[in-house]
Design a protein around this ligand. Structure first.
Ligand code: PMP
Length: 392
């Protein structure tokens, strides 16, 4: 019954994590899959999440349908958290099963709004971006947006692409905590990009999956606000997977920002129609947990504190790595100035293979390291492996 189905390759990252998991060498170090780990290597349920779950278990009166848009309280809180300066009247919002579904829905909306629209994607980028956008009938075009040797974002290249794009095109933007490079675009670069987008009538699809992992929740929001302030239209996808540690609960949202409020109802209706024919309604639990936390001053304060401690741990690991300076041919210095969970260093296939084979250090072929998966006490061991693997 399925004559056209082709065998599909396994997800390379998840397969690598499985291989790493089966490696019994004591020096095993898995820096592949993008989850936060604490010093003991665990990905804990955050304290405020546990408390909110207990509260929900005791007080939630029903599991009846909430509706296609999902949890309105969750959407209000997340909107206010991530873009406090934007008028709620200018925002259409829908809860989605994680950031992935928000991206997919955004792509469907872009395609429905203007068939065969081009979306420009700077590479390297998150491995799911290109297939996901392509599935939505968008014409996906890539350009290099990062120089791995100097670890610098190619802002001029981005500006050139925007200036040459057709009005109505879309542009994928990860302004903060870039996956996989760890780059935060500086405020002047963000302002220039925003002005170019607005001048050309190009719609940004802003992917926020690591809110709070940059400097802090509030500073990340400020940077984002400075970007949004300059834009008449934007789509923003939000993931609660990392900053609330809710990965498997699939809590996310899509926001469509259109100044003047005129498009809000049209967009909301279309988002509802698109979601209705796919997942119909988003899973409730993760969003209910987030709404409970953000709606309670004490839980919100505790969540902020725990998140800040996680982010401080990642920054401390970055400092420790960078403190080793140049190791063989690899300069670890730039890692200190980057943020989010990842860095992308010029490792090359041979070094990646040696690290795996000789040292049980697992890094994907791309060379992306999950810094958030590295314990501070294992930094020296990692650097020793990195040095030894280059000397053989
Ligand atoms: N965007 C980026 C840049 C990501 O790194 C991720 C998760 N790895 C997502 C979106 C999607 O996250 P979620 O698990 O919430 O679907």
């Amino acid at each position: 019954p399925f004559p056209c189905l082709q065998p599909q390759p396994a997800d390379p990252l998840l397969s690598l994590a499985q291989i790493a998991g089966a490696d019994r060498r004591p020096s095993r170090l898995d820096l592949s899959v993008g989850v936060y780990r604490d010093e003991a290597g665990r990905t804990p349920v955050m304290r405020a999440v546990k408390a909110a779950e207990h509260r929900l278990a005791e007080t939630q009166p029903t599991k009846a349908y909430l509706g296609i848009l999902g949890n309105a309280v969750f959407l209000d809180h997340v909107r206010a958290l991530v873009m406090p300066g934007v008028d709620a009247q200018d925002v259409a919002a829908i809860q989605t099963p994680g950031g992935t579904a928000a991206l997919r829905l955004a792509a469907e909306l872009l395609a429905a709004g203007k068939p065969d629209r081009t979306i420009w994607v700077g590479t390297p980028t998150w491995s799911n971006h290109l297939p996901l956008l392509g599935e939505a009938r968008l014409d996906v075009r890539c350009f290099p947006a990062f120089d791995i040797a100097t670890q610098a974002p190619l802002v001029d290249r981005m500006l050139d692409i925007i200036a040459a794009a057709a009005p109505g095109d879309a542009f994928l933007l990860q302004p903060l905590c870039h996956n996989p490079t760890g780059v935060d675009l500086m405020p002047d670069a963000l302002a220039a990009i925003a002005d170019a987008l607005a001048a050309r009538g190009v719609v940004p699809l802003i992917d926020i999956a690591y809110h709070g992992f940059g400097r802090s929740l509030d500073e990340d929001s400020e940077r984002l606000s400075a970007l949004l302030d300059r834009l008449p239209h934007a789509l923003l996808t939000y993931s609660c997977s990392k900053n609330f540690g809710l990965y498997r609960e699939r809590a996310g949202a899509l926001f469509s920002i259109n100044r003047g409020g005129a498009l809000r109802d049209l967009i909301t209706g279309n988002l509802q129609a698109l979601a209705r024919t796919s997942w119909s309604m988003p899973p409730d639990h993760g969003a209910a947990v987030v709404a409970t936390i953000l709606g309670d001053a004490a839980l919100a304060a505790d969540w902020r504190q725990e998140l800040a401690a996680m982010v401080a741990r990642v920054h401390a690991v970055r400092q420790a790595l960078a403190g080793h300076g140049v190791v063989g041919a690899i300069d670890l210095g730039p890692v200190a100035g980057q943020s989010g969970m990842f860095s992308l260093l010029p490792f090359g296939a041979e070094l990646v293979a040696r690290l795996r084979g000789d040292h049980a250090v697992y890094i994907p072929d791309s060379g992306r390291i999950n810094i958030a998966g590295l314990a501070a006490e294992r930094v020296d061991g990692f650097v020793a492996a990195l040095r030894a693997a280059q000397m053989r």
